[in-house]
Design a protein around this ligand. Sequence first.
Ligand code: ADP
Ligand code: ADP
Length: 240
Amino acid sequence: NAPLLVIDNLSKYFNTAAGQLHAVDGVSFTLEEGKTLGIVGESGCGKSTTGRCILKLIEPTSGKIIFQGNDITKLSRKEMRPLRQKMQMVFQDPFSSLDPRETVMQLISEPIIEHKLIKGREAIEERTLELMRTVGLAERYANVYPHELDGGRRQRIGIARALAMNPKIIVCDEPVSALDVSIQAQILNLLKQLQKDLGLTYIFITHDLSVVKYFSDDIAVMYMGTMVEKAPANLLFKNP
Ligand code: ADP
Ligand code: ADP
């Protein structure tokens, strides 16, 4: 079985006032379908930039990103569209990217409408309510605004928006770092359950080792733009 994702020698350099910054410098790894790769490392080591490059939210400087057998670095935006839908991202604070004037229902149905995934008002509403159930948002929240909800429920909206696209892989970039510890566990459990139910593949970016230990099959450690170590979680954290 070919891996779902192959990252080969990925680099992203930024030109800054202080010169060229090697934010990501020759990162390589493979990821099998249904597995989780945790990426850990101190702030600024290049985790987020790696995740953004893989989804081509930013253009990598060099390297290959082979998703389902296609090198997506060679594809135009238009050619990439059907593949791009299969690769979604969940961010630390979905609120910063959610339109405060839209209700939960509108926020979750937006990607369905925008990408014409389903046609017909009723079918879209049905799918939206199904997605709310999937992420554990009670129907009574359908017509509320995100600022009326706690961080955990807002993150559930972000996850529902990602799931709307029927993704194969989700890059979770510090998805629980902004949440209270008690709510962190709820969101982690949800992500884990979704992986089991939907066969999702995750790249799980965090600075928090205890989170990644719970979550990952393999763990990669980044340091100043490079991957300095990669090993199965059960080898990195051997219980006596
Ligand atoms: P992490 O996610 O591990 O905290 P990032 O990937 O966000 O690290 O950042 C890696 C490095 O690249 C940091 O030094 C950051 O300041 C820099 N960086 C990230 N995005 C940009 C950008 N758009 N322009 C310039 N430098 C950037
Ligand atoms: P995150 O780690 O979640 O990306 P940041 O505050 O590092 O949060 O980045 C927010 C945005 O600013 C991102 O789009 C990132 O690419 C960009 N960015 C980060 N660092 C720099 C930088 N040194 N110069 C310019 N843009 C940056």
